[in-house]
Design a protein around this ligand. Structure first.
Ligand SMILES: NC(=O)C1=CN([C@@H]2O[C@H](COP(=O)(O)OP(=O)(O)OC[C@H]3O[C@@H](n4cnc5c(N)ncnc54)[C@H](OP(=O)(O)O)[C@@H]3O)[C@@H](O)[C@H]2O)C=CC1
Ligand SMILES: O=C(O)C1=N[C@H](C(=O)O)C[C@H](O)C1
Length: 248
């Protein structure tokens, strides 16, 4: 298939490598400095767009591609306040849109484990849930999209938790002023690809689950597989559609 890479940074390059290994072609590599080339890219030269750009640019990029009739696989985080708008355009255009805050199989297993653990902890109110995400220092958004998905998994499954709050690196103490919040601590360190921890603390002990990405390979492979999968489909999709709930 012919893939248009929209955003050609760390992820765009990792995706290119895996796409080529799997026998695909790159129709165009679009970055901030050649964004105008999108306009001159022929519609039929592109089978699918893989969008990993920035929180500020993703919404306009996705809109543009859906208007052109291109299926879009998006991994950019930090733009989801515009999600309803994007879904409306996708429906109007009878297009195809795939979003995941994290494309790695391991993290999607971890999402499932997180929900199960939250359900299990319903009966143990002496434990206070919190999360930490660690990423490289170039990351622009906080908390990470993955941490938000994890927090949503807890909110859906642990009665009494109604919202999440973020504590960015450098801020002191806890932000939690009531027990209805899940605190997410965001740390930025070196070149860390992505580490997520969910913990339940009591007076006497701690239960912790952790996912550590060793590289960007898992994210990139998942995005290419999603791009292969979305071709010929119409609608709005996520990792559960791709993996099938039984396979997780
Ligand atoms: N869902 C998932 O599994 C994963 C999601 N991500 C997310 O993907 C996004 C990208 O991550 P990453 O590759 O590490 O970031 P990088 O900063 O390395 O790359 C982003 C690229 O997008 C380019 N860009 C900026 N504005 C535009 C625009 N208007 N049109 C096209 N390209 C543009 C940047 O260009 P320039 O440098 O010139 O500004 C840059 O090359 C982030 O939101 C990150 O959180 C990351 C890993 C996994
Ligand atoms: O910016 C990153 O690097 C990553 N972003 C995603 C997120 O915000 O969750 C996924 C992964 O953790 C890497």
């Amino acid at each position: 298939m012919n893939i248009l890479l929209l955003g050609y940074g760390k992820m765009g390059k990792a995706i290119e490598q895996i796409a080529l290994e799997r026998g695909h072609q790159i129709a165009a590599r679009i970055d901030a400095d050649n964004r105008a080339d999108l306009e001159t890219t022929p519609s039929d030269a592109v089978d699918v767009v893989i969008e990993f750009s920035s929180p500020e640019s993703a919404t306009e990029n996705i809109k543009y591609c859906l208007q052109r009739g291109w299926p879009v696989v998006c991994g950019t985080t930090g733009w989801l306040s515009h999600r309803t708008e994007i879904e409306k355009i996708c429906q109007e255009k009878k297009g195809a849109f795939f979003y995941a805050s994290n494309y790695s199989i391991g993290v999607n297993l971890f999402f499932r484990l997180n929900k199960t653990l939250a359900r299990f902890m319903r009966n143990y109110p002496s434990y206070q849930v919190s999360m930490t995400e660690i990423h490289h220092t170039e990351k622009r958004d906080a908390p990470s999209g993955t941490a938000i998905t994890l927090a949503e998994g807890v909110l859906e499954n642990l009665p009494g938790k109604n919202r999440w709050v973020n504590r960015e690196a450098g801020s002191e103490g806890s932000l939690i002023d009531s027990t209805d919040a899940v605190e997410i601590e965001s740390l930025r360190e070196g070149t860390v690809p992505g580490t997520h921890t969910v913990r339940y603390d009591s007076e006497v002990d701690q239960i912790e689950i952790k996912h550590i990405a060793h590289s960007r390979q898992g994210f990139a492979l998942g995005a290419v597989v999603a791009a292969e999968w979305i071709i010929g489909r119409e609608g709005i999709f996520g990792m559960d559609d791709l993996l099938g709930s039984d396979q997780l």
